[in-house]
Design a protein around this ligand. Structure first.
Ligand SMILES: [Ca+2]
Ligand SMILES: [Ca+2]
Ligand SMILES: [Ca+2]
Length: 156
């Protein structure tokens, strides 16, 4: 029932954005806590982002992951993310505007700098003990909070 591919499309493998988008689209399946499927893919993404395998994600690993995610979103490889990068096999819905959430200056073009700048505060919020590092527990906790808040809000 919880299919990552159909939820995010191939353009949305993002470590830090993925669950937020899942939260925005999954309000119908309200339940207590993060579903196991969500925890599993968060863990997979966490391990990919933890480049040196020390069990925490540091600042450099965060930036490297955001840059990788940005390149994944830039489907047509022109160096910026626009609606032209929206996967044609995914119907136009609220996801089609998701690309432009990171568009700070409103020109419908998202640069890597805009993306990293937009995502960094969100990543900072995950670091609940403020030691500059994000652990898997912190990432789960953050998404669980978002999930619970979202599933308690009536769908539009
Ligand atoms: Ca690490
Ligand atoms: Ca592009
Ligand atoms: Ca921390």
């Amino acid at each position: 029932m919880f299919q990552r591919k159909t939820l995010f499309g191939h353009a949305w493998p993002c470590l830090f954005a993925a669950a937020a988008i899942a939260l925005a689209t999954q309000s119908a399946s309200a339940q207590d806590g993060l579903p196991t499927e969500v925890k599993d893919f968060l863990k997979q993404d966490f391990m990919q982002a933890d480049l040196d395998g020390d069990g925490v994600i540091n600042k450099a690993e965060i930036v490297a992951t955001l840059q990788r995610d940005f390149r994944d979103m830039d489907v047509n490889n022109d160096g910026v993310v626009t609606l032209a990068d929206h996967p044609p096999d995914i119907p136009i819905n609220r996801l089609d505007r998701a690309e432009l959430e990171y568009d700070a200056n409103g020109d419908e073009v998202v640069t890597m700098d805009e993306y990293v700048a937009a995502m960094s505060p969100m990543v900072g919020e995950m670091d609940t003990d403020k030691n500059g590092l994000v652990s898997l527990d912190e990432m789960h906790g953050h998404h669980e909070k978002l999930w619970n808040a979202n599933t308690q809000t009536p769908a539009q």
